[in-house]
Write a protein that binds this ligand. Structure first.
Ligand SMILES: *[C@@H]1O[C@H](CO)[C@@H](O)[C@H](O)[C@H]1NC(C)=O
Length: 93
């Protein structure tokens, strides 16, 4: 269904289990990949070199909310260069 419809975002409004009852199938892998028929589901692996965070901001005066995504490159040390350009190119992608 995701593939056929070209979905790029999945919004999940339920916990996996609620009140002891299963609400949603855990279709994404904790590690590695899961295979469903001809489709492989692989969790995006963020490497040791960077991570991505999402912040939820709220203006307490106006109640306006915004989501900001932070891309944090971890292994570019001060007075140094990354070991290879590959990690920077992956980061940019
Ligand atoms: C913001 O939300 C609070 C709590 O719901 C409310 O009391 C307040 O009037 C709201 N402020 C504005 C500017 O909408």
């Amino acid at each position: 269904m995701v593939w056929e419809n070209g979905c790029v975002v999945i919004v999940m409004l339920t916990p996996l289990v609620e009140g002891g009852l299963k609400q949603c199938y855990h279709y994404w892998p904790d590690e590695g990949s899961n295979l469903y028929h001809i489709y492989e589901v692989r969790k995006h692996i963020w490497c040791d070199d960077f991570l991505v965070r999402s912040f939820y901001l709220k203006n307490m005066q106006t109640n306006e909310t915004r989501t900001v995504t932070q891309f944090h490159f971890l292994t570019w040390l001060n007075h140094n260069v990354p070991e290879s350009s590959r990690t920077l190119l992956d980061f940019r992608r």
